[in-house]
Design a protein around this ligand. Sequence first.
Ligand code: TMP
Ligand code: ASP
Length: 254
Amino acid sequence: MEGSHGETGKALRGKAKQLYATDDPEILWVEYKNTATAGDGEKKEDFTGKGRLNNLITTIIFDLLKKRGIDSHLVKRVNATGQLVRKVNMFPLEIVLRNVAAGHFCSRLGVEEGLPLKEPVLEYFLKNDDLHDPFVNDDDLVALGVCTREDLAEIAPLARKINEALIEIFAKIDVKLVDFKIEMGRASDGTLLLADEITPDSCRLWDQRDHSGKVEHLDKDLFRRGLGSIIPAYEEIEERLAELAKSEGIEVAE
Ligand code: TMP
Ligand code: ASP
């Protein structure tokens, strides 16, 4: 079904996306915005084209994951900045996977950015703006009733499987997947689904094409660290992913 989000919608506003109801209670409309934020919204800027690029990138990545047996909430991309997705009951969790030390892992543990990790690290952050999304462990989540042991026994292996698939996908386009954040929820039939987005906003992506040993960021660290515009980097990711998807027979929007 096609959503007419403007009329039916009670909007749920996020920093980079906006969610609207449609006339189907099982389906939501996601609108990708041009806004980039960092540091809990302290730093904020609009980048023309970001919403379009992130909509394309998430769609391609979810399609590539689907081909690898990993389902998401995505129903379909409907226009430049809009997507229809299945309504899922979200866990209020930021699920972070790390393959290389960067960002908060380095500041928390005093290790140098770029240190390869002997195995992937899975971290949970509770989504709570007032507390700035605190780091939590399995016991915290179960004790607070955020999720059950059984939920975590499904969430963790799915997160690790997504990491393996994304490492392979990004390696194919000469990009190192340093770390990323995902979110999950349960559909009305109880199925655990990957939801939200996977974009250069939510991943650290280091270019492996020749930069004479210097890290070339193809992600939101360009904005977080004031290194320049994010748009050329997001375009580069979109173009490489689109080429990969086409080579796998996936239809990609122009
Ligand atoms: P971190 O090193 O700042 O904890 O970030 C780890 C990864 O998670 C990185 O790829 C960026 C992503 N991330 C988000 O998508 N949203 C957030 O709010 C934060 C803090 C990180
Ligand atoms: N969650 C942060 C914010 O919106 C962004 C980030 O660092 O990924 O401010």
